[in-house]
Ligand binder design. Structure first.
Ligand code: PBG
Length: 328
């Protein structure tokens, strides 16, 4: 009788209980951050390029936050669709303490205080040119002048009740300035999750539809977002943001950049989050719609992949679906 092979790795895969026992990584609803789009008025507006995702009224996002709580999702991320008349070259609506964003933050924290609120710090939903910062006459996004505005934006968000401010603008030095600004205004416990390694990606299209900046954007964001060719540079970005006081860092987009998630985790051993962005969501939905894959399987598999790569959690528009599947 043959004893070959001595070790059969299929042995532990042979039954469901054993697969569960040997699983190296688990996905739970506590890993999820649910991005929500808020808009003015008593409406729900479906987003065509993001099937199944809508812009909600303030009351609507409050309802979604309640849903998050009941599903065990710890945190929601808020993005505003600023009315066109309030968008300007200098994006000043971003630091209006009564802007849509701040009203939504207050409404959520009043109604569902136990759900964390993460806010995006960047000017693109507020500028008439769709860039994340202030631009000069040549269209170049100005670093230091933008950073000053971002500090004001982060402070009004924190004052409204934001638990985590997440600068997604990629200006140099802004994390340190925001940290100092928050401390100076008495917001010592407001966290900063920096979009440290954010790439100039083709996967953001549906998001720009959702916040109404796609048609406005002049040019591209390659002078501030990272070149997809670069990995070492991502580690330098992370090192700077940590030195400036970031509590956690983000890699964005998600799936095409799993190598970056893993490298950041290995190099720094800090909480790393991945943003499975709008174009990734749309890609999964498109695959499911033509029968190229089963939606539920694709969603859980991709989210687990982030955990395997070392992510502490993920921002994903599939958060409520994933949480329901995990509860079932
Ligand atoms: C903007 C911002 C973007 C996203 C999050 N914050 C878009 C961009 O940089 O153009 C994209 C998220 C997504 O695609 O889901 N500061």
């Amino acid at each position: 009788m043959s004893h070959y092979p001595a070790l059969r790795l299929r042995r532990t895969r042979a039954s469901a209980w054993s697969r569960r026992l040997y699983a190296e990584h688990v996905l739970t609803p506590a890993d999820l951050i649910w991005p929500l789009f808020v808009t003015e008025g008593d409406v729900e507006e479906p987003i065509a390029s993001l099937p199944g995702v809508s812009r909600w009224s303030i009351a609507g996002v409050v309802e979604r936050a309640r849903e998050a709580a009941s599903l065990g999702i710890p945190c929601v991320a808020l993005f505003p669709n600023t009315p066109a008349r309030l968008r300007s070259d200098d994006g000043r609506e971003a630091f209006n303490p009564d802007n849509l964003m701040c009203r939504a933050i207050r409404a959520i924290k009043d109604a569902v205080p136990n759900v964390g609120v993460l806010t995006d710090v960047a000017l693109d939903p507020y500028t008439s040119h769709g860039h994340d910062g202030l631009v000069d006459a040549a269209g170049y996004v100005l670093n230091d002048a933008t950073a000053d505005v971002l500090v004001r934006q982060a402070i009004v968000q924190a004052a409204a009740g934001a638990d985590i401010v997440a600068p997604s603008d990629m200006m140099d030095g802004r994390v340190g300035l925001i940290r100092t600004g928050l401390e100076g205004e008495g917001h010592a416990n407001v966290q900063i999750m920096s979009y440290a390694a954010k790439y100039a990606s083709g996967f953001y299209g549906p998001f720009r539809d959702a916040v109404g900046s796609r048609g406005l954007l002049k040019g591209d964001k390659k002078t501030y977002q990272m070149d997809p060719a670069n990995a070492e540079e991502a580690l330098r970005e992370v090192a700077l943001d940590l030195a400036e006081g970031a509590d956690s860092v983000m890699v964005k987009p998600g799936l095409p950049y799993l190598d970056i998630v893993a490298a950041v985790k290995a190099e720094f051993g800090v909480p790393v989050f991945a943003y499975q962005v709008s174009g990734e969501y749309a890609m999964i939905e498109a695959a499911a719609a033509v029968g190229a894959g089963d939606r539920d399987t694709l969603v859980l598999e991709t989210l687990l992949a982030f955990k395997r790569a070392g992510a502490s959690g993920m921002l994903t528009y599939h958060a409520p679906l994933a949480a329901r599947l995990l509860a079932a």
